[in-house]
Design a protein around this ligand. Structure first.
Ligand SMILES: NC(=O)c1ccc[n+]([C@@H]2O[C@H](COP(=O)([O-])OP(=O)(O)OC[C@H]3O[C@@H](n4cnc5c(N)ncnc54)[C@H](OP(=O)(O)O)[C@@H]3O)[C@@H](O)[C@H]2O)c1
Ligand SMILES: Cc1cn([C@H]2C[C@H](O)[C@@H](COP(=O)(O)OP(=O)(O)O[C@H]3O[C@@H](C)[C@H](O)[C@@H](O)[C@H]3O)O2)c(=O)[nH]c1=O
Length: 307
């Protein structure tokens, strides 16, 4: 397709900003970025912007009439995992019911839907996971995201894709929720001690890689489930010491702990991470090595790194 009208929801978030930035640089896409605020929190480049709360079906319907997207990429979600357990109704409305409304609008307009999902649909007992592994979420956030996936599958839409990803890191403008990597950089730069878990493993994902993976998926018009993440499976403690090493911070500020140290945190799946062979072979997706991604983030933040 030469000219593709792409609607992005949740554009003010970490992924939404990166994807808007990436697609706005490509002449074949006409992008409308949407988010809850009246105005965007970041430079949208050549993209249009409109406010949209995805929990409001009438607003979705009106926007579809106006913009008539060929593709919708849903980057909006409630992503505060502990907060999802504290505010279950809001979480379900955003991560499950709203996806049902978006899928319904897509079905009515013949729009392709790309839904972004998470490694937290799995229980983390035997990661890394391929696309056909059986979901079994261990917390409310994971259950709500799995319900969002199922809303897409059950919608009767012919043309859909689900992109699952893992612990995304990167930078953006005025992000509501930072990332563990930038949080670590700030803490270690200030010489503040941190306690980091040794018993949770992930394949951390550089946000610009994820945006590129989604762009490849749009380009090839792929359907079905895709795992798009980094390739390296590391514990969060290893991630933290790598951050310290790359940025020349003192690793002694990092104390290893196990998950039970955080008594009030909701349970996380211990070992997730993804097998990304399908994305590599079908999309030509090749993630940035972890150290390189961390260096890029450090450099955006003005931090001198090891290279
Ligand atoms: N970050 C990760 O580590 C990670 C890992 C796996 C999967 N994911 C998935 O990746 C996707 C993108 O997440 P992210 O990392 O970009 O998180 P994020 O930075 O928290 O962005 C999510 C965005 O969704 C917006 N949003 C929430 N409720 C909304 C509503 N009712 N209407 C419109 N927008 C709404 C938020 O808006 P406000 O800014 O106004 O609050 C926020 O900007 C999500 O589906 C998430 O589940 C993320
Ligand atoms: C704040 C903090 C976190 N951690 C660990 C716990 C987690 O394994 C990891 C990241 O913590 P958080 O940023 O709270 O993320 P989280 O555990 O909620 O992470 C999730 O976010 C979801 C939106 C995504 O879908 C998931 O893929 C995942 O990345 O860091 C510590 O070890 N010490 C700390 O002080």
């Amino acid at each position: 397709m030469l000219y593709n009208r792409v609607l992005i929801t949740g554009a003010n978030g970490l992924l939404g900003q990166a994807l808007t930035r990436r697609l706005s640089q490509l002449p074949e896409y006409d992008v409308l970025a949407t988010a809850r605020d009246d105005t965007p929190r970041f430079d949208t480049g050549s993209c249009g912007y409109a406010p949209l709360d995805i929990t409001q079906p009438d607003d979705i319907a009106a926007l579809f009439e106006d913009f008539t997207p060929n593709v919708l990429v849903n980057c909006a979600a409630m992503t505060d995992v502990d907060g999802c357990t504290d505010a279950k109704d809001d979480c379900w409305a955003t991560n499950a019911t709203a996806v049902q409304h978006l899928a319904e609008a897509c079905r009515r307009h013949g729009t392709r839907l790309v839904q972004v999902s998470t490694d937290f649909v799995f229980d983390g007992e035997d990661g890394p996971y391929a696309e056909d592994a059986r979901p079994n979420p261990v917390n409310y956030y994971g259950r709500s995201k799995l319900a969002g996936e199922n809303a897409v599958r059950a919608s009767g839409l012919a043309n859909w894709a689900i992109v699952r990803t893992v612990l995304v890191y990167g930078t953006g403008t005025d992000l509501g929720r930072g990332t563990i990597v930038t949080w670590l950089m700030q803490k270690l730069a200030a010489g503040e001690p941190v306690h980091i878990v040794t018993d949770q493993w992930r394949t951390p994902t550089y946000v610009n890689d994820l945006a590129r993976g989604i762009e490849r998926l749009l380009h090839y018009e792929k359907t079905g489930v895709y795992h798009i993440s980094g390739r390296e499976l590391v514990s969060i403690y290893d991630l933290a010491t790598t951050v310290a090493d790359v940025c020349n911070y003192d690793p002694d500020f990092i104390t290893p702990v196990t998950s039970d140290y955080f008594e009030n945190a909701v349970p996380r799946p211990p070992r997730t991470g993804f097998i990304i062979l399908k994305a590599e072979t079908e999309l030509g997706y090749h993630p940035t090595p972890l150290r390189e991604g961390l260096r890029a983030v450090g450099s955006t933040l003005g931090i001198a790194s090891d290279s």
